[in-house]
Ligand binder design. Structure first.
Ligand SMILES: *Cc1c(COP(=O)(O)O)cnc(C)c1O
Length: 398
């Protein structure tokens, strides 16, 4: 073994020993509730396809028609020759949907976040991030060169003194619905704090769009926050929308600034136009079929009630927060979370164990997510399986 290989092998061995090694599972079917894994039927409780649109016939049909019309590859970056009428139409529809002047497509949410934050801030400025923000927001903040500060999760009182002490341009950055906790950022209070300090506020609503707010307009719509109050809205298209990609929505000036200066927008190939066509179809379903959200909320509520009866540890959220599709069960120990997840899988339920560094140390969890395509009996079955395995002790990881 070379020295490099030896060093890497030692690091991998350590991850395995700590119960932190990750594995991939290949699915053989579309992203849906009933999956087949290695020939075995499994009910999927870990997808972010919250509304069941990833495999919707109308979305597939739009994708196919898009490929027939535009081909597959976009051929170039947006600023060269890769920007199609499909991308442009989707941007206009997303702007209307979010009530913003303009929207701009990015190839992924990760790229949108690093691109926006580093376009808005430079050395001498300051960025304030919720401790539980998504990794892409943290990376964007670090990349920007601005002074990087975290504040206690969802605690505006913790943020305020940091905000007033800072100099330069100041950007507050938060998840809307938190990806691993399923709770919501206190957006009205954050917007007020930003306004008072003349700071900017950016919200990543990857898990709120389509799931909360009137017609799935997300957490900003839920709280009726305008573009003036939340100048930077970022959303992803690979979750509730069921397709792929991301967007940023805001003022004409913000979007034009991003087109001119966001490096992860400029120096990358545009999404395939057919993906944009598919997303236009999913946006129509997402914004008009309210039954999907109502059903989703009923399932999550049913699960929370059942889980509490089993004595499982849920996160308590303030009563004024909307119901989301993400319900974590806190286990604590990483190896134990993995053991329970494996036992559930053996019984035909796919629930992922989320471990550090994705979540803080000592808070490994089962992240249960719901889809509008789940049925109440499937939730009952999952609860029965959890009752059976909840007291499992950790297996020794090898
Ligand atoms: C998934 C996610 C992203 C990244 O989006 P991709 O399109 O998957 O790159 C960004 N922010 C949050 C909160 C997310 O959950």
């Amino acid at each position: 073994m070379t020295a490099l290989t030896q060093q890497l092998a030692a690091r991998l061995a350590q991850l395995r020993q700590q119960g932190l090694a990750r594995t991939r599972t290949s699915t053989e079917t579309p992203q849906q509730v009933q999956l087949t894994l290695a020939g075995k039927p499994v009910i999927n409780f870990c997808s972010n396809d919250y509304l069941g649109l990833a495999n919707h016939p109308a979305v597939i049909a739009a994708f196919k028609a898009g490929a027939d019309r535009y081909g597959v590859g976009s051929g170039s970056a947006h600023l060269i020759c890769g920007h199609s009428t499909a991308h442009h139409a989707l941007e206009e529809e997303l702007a209307a949907f979010t009530g913003r002047d303009r929207a701009l497509l990015f190839s992924t949410g990760y790229m949108a976040n690093i691109g926006v934050i580093s376009a808005l801030l430079k050395s001498g400025d300051a960025v304030f991030e919720d401790r539980l923000n998504h990794a892409s927001l943290l990376d964007g903040g670090l990349m920007s060169g601005a002074r990087f500060q975290r504040y206690a999760h969802a605690e505006v009182t913790n943020l305020k003194p940091k905000l007033t002490a800072a100099t330069g341009n100041r950007l507050i950055v938060t998840d809307g619905v938190f990806s691993m906790d399923g709770d919501c950022a206190p957006l009205p209070a954050l917007a007020a704090a930003a306004h008072a300090a003349q700071a900017w506020l950016m919200v990543d609503d990857a898990h709120g769009l389509g799931v909360v707010g009137p017609h799935g307009g997300g957490l900003l719509a839920h709280y009726a926050l305008s573009q003036h109050e939340v100048p930077v809205l970022m959303g992803t298209l690979g979750k509730g929308f069921g397709t792929f990609g991301a967007f940023v929505a805001g003022s004409e000036t913000l979007i034009e600034t991003l087109i001119q200066t966001a490096r992860s927008y400029i120096y990358t190939t545009a999404l395939p136009p057919a993906v944009a066509e598919a997303t236009r179809a999913s946006l129509k379903l997402l914004s008009t079929e309210d039954w999907r959200r109502e059903h989703l909320h009923a399932l999550a509520t049913q699960f929370k009630q059942g889980a509490r009866q089993l004595g499982l540890q849920l996160l308590e959220t303030p009563p004024d927060q909307p119901c989301t599709a993400i319900v974590p069960i806190i286990i604590g120990d990483s190896s134990r979370a993995v053991a329970i997840s494996k036992a559930l899988m053996a019984d035909g339920f796919w629930v992922s164990a989320i471990r550090p560094p994705t979540v803080p140390n000592g808070t490994a969890r089962l992240r249960v997510t719901f889809s509008a395509e789940h049925q109440p009996w499937q939730v009952e079955q999952l609860l029965a399986a959890l009752a059976k395995h909840k007291d499992l002790s950790p297996t020794v990881m090898q």
